[in-house]
Write a protein that binds this ligand. Structure first.
Ligand SMILES: [Zn+2]
Length: 193
């Protein structure tokens, strides 16, 4: 997924040259800065470009001097949907989870989601204790609705797989866990419950 306005299309073939890009998020806000990428040699480079002006991230692949793949954002990019009231360190955990997902480190990804959930509850003054107890407590004081509690319990379940067990995670499930965590955090922080 690319937009023409945010990307100067790299030339194919011929001599190697610098590829110039513009951060799509900064570009939208009219403060775009140019990014230059260079890849010398018969090599493949795969990574994530992070704009330090706006923290926007997107994956790219360069092969022998040319961009062969460039996305406008990390797959899923759920962290952009996080409510403004969600604390910065928790947002950073979700970004970390998305990077892990992109790198196909699925267990790390769900473990980060579980951590974000736990930090969110601590931030809402739930005592730091085994997560299942924290969830029950949050449900009892109606910080979590029954639906959100069920969602959180499933995030915890996947996080447990990531941390303790040898089970293999399905990438589709991992995307769902990120999605669910963002939804849960937004509900947790959006209104004064
Ligand atoms: Zn930017």
């Amino acid at each position: 997924m690319t937009t023409k306005s945010a990307i100067i299309t790299p030339k194919k073939g011929g001599k190697r040259e610098m590829t110039e890009l513009i951060c799509p998020k900064c570009h939208k806000e009219g403060k775009g800065q140019g990014i230059r990428l260079e890849c010398v040699g018969n090599i493949k480079v795969k990574g994530i470009i992070r704009c330090l002006q706006c923290q926007h991230e997107r994956p790219f692949t360069m092969v022998s001097g040319y961009i062969s793949a460039l996305d406008i954002a990390l797959p899923g990019a759920q962290s952009d949907r996080l409510d403004q009231l969600v604390p910065t360190d928790i947002k950073e955990d979700i970004r970390e989870a998305e990077r892990a997902n992109y790198a196909q480190c699925y267990k790390s990804c769900v473990a980060m989601c579980r951590r974000a959930l736990q930090l969110g509850l601590i931030d809402k003054k739930i005592t730091d204790q085994p997560l299942s107890k924290m969830l029950s407590e949050a449900k009892d004081i109606e910080l979590l609705t029954k639906d959100t509690y069920n969602l959180a319990t499933s995030i915890k379940g996947y996080g447990d797989i990531g941390m303790h067990r040898k089970d293999i995670l399905d990438p589709m499930d991992v995307n769902m866990v990120i999605h669910a965590t963002v939804r849960m955090l937004n509900e947790l922080f959006h209104s004064e419950k």
